[in-house]
Design a protein around this ligand. Structure first.
Ligand code: COA
Length: 240
């Protein structure tokens, strides 16, 4: 399993943005161009490039072979490669992506003050009772741990928020994280990755993967890596 995190620590300048756009499909380019805010366009472009970067570097792909389609609830997948799974998440100035040989979901969230209306959306009654007993700082961490764990699960299944986060209950014993849906245990493996200050990052897989390769890059560092890797790989989308 390969995880890549990119910190958007500065603005992506127009020349670099246009240069990187040539590595994604015309359909994705059109979607990216529809964003009104440049930061949203940058996040969406980077998510796509992160997956291309991992696929070309670790899974023997050429860039031109990578075509995504979307499942019923919007999860992108590789229709020609059913054994290769991936997922993307963005929050604030971070974009993360994961590629695995099993269904996988990833979620990053910036830890902020919890909005009261989100707790009933995301927590079960039991979790809400645990939440109420904590002080404010503990509450924020508790909430974003559960939120990202549950989101990583619904992103692994591909059903997204239609699963209903408050129908899922997270519990822990001896450092292991378990999930139940409407009271029934569901086989899923979780990992909380404490690598980005001020953010919660969680991963859900349907297979236990002891081997995880994780890299973090600053924006320009990542752009240079992508350029040198994808330049060598054929870029079918160039100029279109
Ligand atoms: C998936 C979902 C939970 C993500 O929420 P979020 O925290 O706002 O967003 P994140 O930054 O963590 O993840 C966004 C990425 O997840 C991926 N994604 C989108 N839908 C997904 C789904 N159903 N399952 C898994 N991943 C999904 C995409 O790659 C997306 O990034 P991109 O649009 O730049 O490619 C939420 O958007 C959702 O429930 N979507 C489903 C919407 C739906 O039902 N659509 C109906 C048909 S299109």
């Amino acid at each position: 399993m390969h995880i890549c995190c990119v910190h958007i620590d500065q603005t992506l300048d127009e020349t670099a943005f246009q240069e990187m756009m040539q590595y994604v499909t015309p359909e994705k380019r059109a979607r990216i161009q529809r964003f009104r805010k440049p930061i949203d366009a940058t996040r969406s472009l980077l998510g796509d490039l992160i997956i291309r970067f991992i696929l070309c570097r670790h899974y023997g792909f050429h860039n031109h072979e990578i075509h995504y389609e979307h499942q019923e609830f919007g999860k992108p997948y590789l229709p020609e490669h059913p054994d290769v799974h991936f997922n993307i998440s963005h929050s604030g100035d971070w974009v993360v992506g994961v590629v695995s040989t099993h269904p996988v979901g990833i979620d990053i969230e910036k830890i902020t003050e919890v909005k009261e209306n989100l707790t009933s959306l995301a927590l079960t009654t039991e979790e809400h009772q645990q939440f109420q007993k904590l002080n404010e700082t503990e509450r924020n961490l508790f909430f974003f741990e559960l939120w990202t764990l549950k989101e990583s699960y619904v992103k692994a299944t591909g059903k997204g928020l239609s699963e209903g986060l408050n129908t899922l209950q997270i519990s822990r014993d001896n450092g292991k994280i378990h999930i139940e849906k409407k009271g029934k245990p569901v086989p899923a493996y979780f990992k909380m990755l404490e690598c980005i200050e001020g953010h919660q990052l969680s991963l859900c897989s349907f297979s236990e993967h002891p081997e995880k390769d994780m890299r973090s890059f600053l924006l320009n560092e990542f752009i240079e890596k992508v350029k040198s890797l994808l330049r060598m790989s054929k870029t079918l989308y160039e100029g279109k």
